[in-house]
Write a protein that binds this ligand. Structure first.
Ligand code: TYD
Ligand code: MG
Length: 448
């Protein structure tokens, strides 16, 4: 007789163990192992099986992408939705994932497409209320509130929509497995079968995924491996701005970001993020520096703010929002050693305004400039923009795409740009003075 074997699997990373453990040996989280039964789930092939072929005989058909017309969304996807592509969208609760997806699907439906939006977490009434708020009236926008995978697959076959969205994948379960809905086994099975069907029908599939406290998609890496594209929708709840970022994309670059603003009636595209992120900048105040940063192919100017104050405790505090704290420690050390700025024993608070995150070598000079400015209590002239990487010996290193950074700065009315000497040499742009610096001392000398 066939015995059903059971095992324990970690709900956060997918690790499997024959016995229960209090702590997952793989991801080190506590109390995440849950008993699951081994069940036959059948074979799933995600790509159609074909005999081996020489590389040159492979089909080269370029599938036409579906453009939603929401520029910020299409760009992050790499130029539109790929038929048969599977996109996972993660983000904190309440950040706007359902809103984004409904607006994108409506954009397709309004041009005659038929789209199916499956919700496993909201009632028809809640969805209708959101749709009204977003003025969604397209005839081809179908809504289905259901959690059972088999029922969903059935409807997809019947309706054959041009896009399928599942909100959220964690709420979908299959009757074939006895594990509880939301468990790793359920998640993996539901995702695999949805992908199998949509790849076969060549329709794009969007999955919304919940994120855990740590900010990764719940249930794990397993899910990220199965899909073609992983997007994160992020932002600070206190601000209206939202950023869509790709962390994996088989059909495009992962450097592009899309910027949106959450308004009364849905998400609006932000076509010129720089002017918004700089809009409330205090001029003539010490501790504020404007950096020309790049997000993918797009230059974005952001303001870095620093507050440096005497520390009352033995260990100085470092509070950093929107920047990498390790990078900040490093820059503080360079300022201390190479520019003789005694900031190391002070409390330092740093943030990027607008609630966005920047992580790029070129913001180094902005961080150094903001800290030095507040520490010395001297304002950086409001028409000055900086960019460049800072090395550990205090050298200012060249960065890429400097022309685009300078052009964006000039467009927004800046008159002076301080950048690495190496990049600055070949650079010329009318109406803006370009000052190349070789090290942190030179930088501070020309900054004020
Ligand atoms: P929602 O898309 O439900 O977020 P998620 O699916 O990521 O949990 O959006 C949640 C928030 O967005 C909600 O708190 C209200 C706000 N919101 C607006 O400000 N304007 C709008 O037009 C809509 C639809 C939502
Ligand atoms: Mg939602």
């Amino acid at each position: 007789m066939h015995r059903v074997k059971s095992f324990y699997s970690c709900q956060s990373c997918g690790y499997q163990s024959p016995k229960w453990l209090g702590r997952c040996p793989s991801c080190l989280s506590w109390n995440t192992l849950v008993e699951e039964r081994e069940e036959k789930t059948g074979h799933l092939s995600i790509v159609n099986s074909q005999p081996p072929l020489p590389l040159e005989d492979l089909s080269r058909e370029e599938k036409e992408r579906i453009r939603t017309g929401i520029g910020e969304f299409d760009r992050v996807l790499g130029g539109g939705i790929v038929p048969g592509g599977v996109v996972l969208i993660g983000g904190d609760p309440g950040i706007g994932k359902s809103t984004l997806l409904m607006q994108a699907m409506d954009a397709v439906a309004s041009r005659g497409g038929r789209v199916l939006y499956v919700s496993g977490e909201e009632s028809q009434n809640q969805i209708r209320m959101r749709a009204e708020r977003l003025s969604i009236r397209s005839k081809g926008f179908y809504v289905y509130t259901e959690n059972l995978l088999e029922a969903i697959l059935e409807e997809v076959r019947g309706l054959s929509p041009s896009i399928l969205a599942i909100d959220s994948i964690q709420t979908i379960y299959t009757e074939k497995l006895s594990s509880t809905p939301g468990s790793i086994a359920q998640l993996r099975e539901a995702t695999a079968r949805l992908i199998d069907l949509t790849k076969r029908l060549d329709i794009p599939l969007f999955l919304i995924g919940h994120v855990t406290k740590e900010g990764v998609i719940a249930g794990p890496k397993v899910l990220e491996h199965m899909v073609d594209t992983v997007l994160y929708f992020e932002g600070d709840r206190g601000y209206p701005y939202r950023i869509l970022r790709a962390s994996k994309n088989r059909f495009g670059s992962i450097n592009e970001i899309g910027v949106f603003e959450m308004a009364e009636r849905g998400l609006k595209e932000v076509k010129n993020p720089s002017s918004i992120f700089l809009s409330d900048r205090p001029e003539e105040a010490s501790g504020s520096a404007v950096v020309a940063s790049m997000e993918g192919t797009r230059p974005i100017l952001v303001e870095v703010q620093a507050l440096v104050s005497g520390s009352f405790f033995g260990v100085p505090a470092r509070t950093v929002l929107g920047l990498d704290p390790k990078k900040v420690s490093l820059i503080v050390a360079v300022l201390e050693k190479k520019a003789e700025l005694r900031v190391g024993s002070h409390d330092i608070f740093l943030k990027v305004s607008g609630g966005i995150k920047v992580d790029e070598p070129a913001v180094d000079l902005g961080i150094a400039g903001a800290i030095a400015s507040n520490f010395m209590d001297r304002a950086i002239p409001p028409d000055t923009v900086v960019f460049g990487e800072l090395g550990l010996t205090g050298e200012v290193r060249g960065v890429s795409q400097s022309e685009m950074r300078v052009r964006e700065a000039r467009k927004l009315g800046f008159k002076r740009c301080i950048c690495p000497a190496e990049t600055g040499r070949g650079l010329k742009e009318e109406g803006i003075e370009i000052i190349g610096v070789r090290n942190v001392k030179e930088f501070l000398h020309v900054l004020f």
